[in-house]
Design a protein around this ligand. Sequence first.
Ligand code: 6CS
Ligand code: FE
Length: 309
Amino acid sequence: MEPLERADLYPSRVGGAPSLSPRLDPVVHGDGCGPLGARDLDHYKKNGFLFIKGLFSAAEVGAFSAELEKLRAAEITRRSPAIVLEPENGKVRSLFDIHRTSRVFAGLARDGRLAGIAMQLLGGPVYIHQSRANLKPGFDGREFYWHSDFETWHVEDGMPRMRALSCALSLTENTPFNGPLMLIPGSHLHYVSCAGQTPEGHYQVSLRRQEVGTPDQETLRRLAAEGGIAAPTGPAGSVLLFECNLQHGSTGNISPWPRSNVFLVYNSVQNRLVAPFCGLQPRPEFIASRDFTPIVSARPAAGLPGRRN
Ligand code: 6CS
Ligand code: FE
């Protein structure tokens, strides 16, 4: 009998037809105590995301943007594998591992406004599974097709259960026109098992344009019919928190305005990675960290500025 953590409770890309099954994990783990009040917790449980406008100040956003520009220039010159270029025009699409290459983003990862909420929703100590900046330049930013991050992190990184979340901090205004993140509310309550099989070294393709591990159209049609589509917009400094299994994507950006987001993915230390369920080699550390050291030692103080509980 396989030990529980090795049992594959969420098989996908196992050569069968796509299928939909119920989520087996709670959405909010633990006692739910922390900075978010009951209204926010209920919204997150039901929809799988929370949008907090203006959580970071313009001055903080300015400092993050300057740091990102510095990193981008340095990584380009270093030709680091953590930099992912757009397939068609060679513009920078994503920059990974920024919580480890930058002290500024390491500090952001520990900021109570993010880590405090993550510990509340994930029920205890957390570590950073993945950090990245998605730069969607004006005119040239390409789309990210619909997907569940958890499906990839489970199959390709060995993340056992749904006990992780992403915090997307916008460094530019997210408008309806510059390719904002789109979500299917409530889709986190179903697990979409995808068709196909994971190729060796899949991340070298999927980070530029993901096809394997994306849901079929019939399933997406059904989930969108049930939950609709949401595209939260707001000023730079806003934060979109979304559950690891929520279906999301974004369109290309043909507006003149860039859309840059910094993503920090928090995973519970109780949900540390095991061997990838696809049976292939683990993906590189810059995409899926295997340093499970808690990002902060104690729960930050409760209460978020300006949040009604
Ligand atoms: O494979 C991954 O980990 C990345 N792929 C996507 C499309 N979203 C999550 C993450 O950045
Ligand atoms: Fe994603």
